[in-house]
Write a protein that binds this ligand. Structure first.
Ligand code: DQA
Length: 138
């Protein structure tokens, strides 16, 4: 089973960025521990700060992989292009947000991804990625 985690802008700074909201762990640390816990899953990770690169990656994997776990970060709230890409591909997308976006600014409460996502996980911290992974397994 091939699953990819795709992270959007500023998530390369996890561990350093606003730790009270996003925690102290870097994503690489978390990803490596996740890979160890699921040795039978072909788990990949891609991060970009560039909208078009996120769309290109979704096109590349979106007719072949079993699942995409997508945290499009700020592009969630702005990108018609990423929303359209979720619609265009065949691979189901589970949307993840580390923080509870509904308890934050109003502009974070709209998502271009959610209407076409297989499911949405919000506010569980990094554990949301593992819960999304479990949703593809079970
Ligand atoms: C985020 C929430 C977004 O509103 C924000 O722009 C992010 C991260 C989250 O994981 O909580 O960069 O997607």
């Amino acid at each position: 089973m091939k699953i990819i985690i795709i992270n959007g802008p500023n998530l390369n700074l996890l561990g350093k960025r606003e730790p009270t909201i996003y925690g102290n762990a870097s994503f690489e640390e978390y990803f490596n521990s996740l890979k160890k816990q699921y040795p039978n899953i072909q788990l990949e990770y891609f991060q970009s700060n560039i909208e078009g690169e996120l769309i290109d990656k979704m096109h590349e994997v979106g007719f072949d992989y079993h699942g995409i776990i997508l945290n499009a970060a700020a592009y969630t709230h702005t990108s018609v292009g990423i929303g359209d890409a979720v619609k265009a591909i065949e691979t189901p997308v589970v949307e993840v947000h580390i923080s509870n976006v509904y308890a934050r600014e109003e502009f974070r409460q709209h998502s271009y991804i959610s209407p076409n996502a297989a499911g949405v996980l919000v506010g569980f911290g990094l554990k949301g990625y593992q819960l999304a992974l479990e949703s593809f397994i079970k």
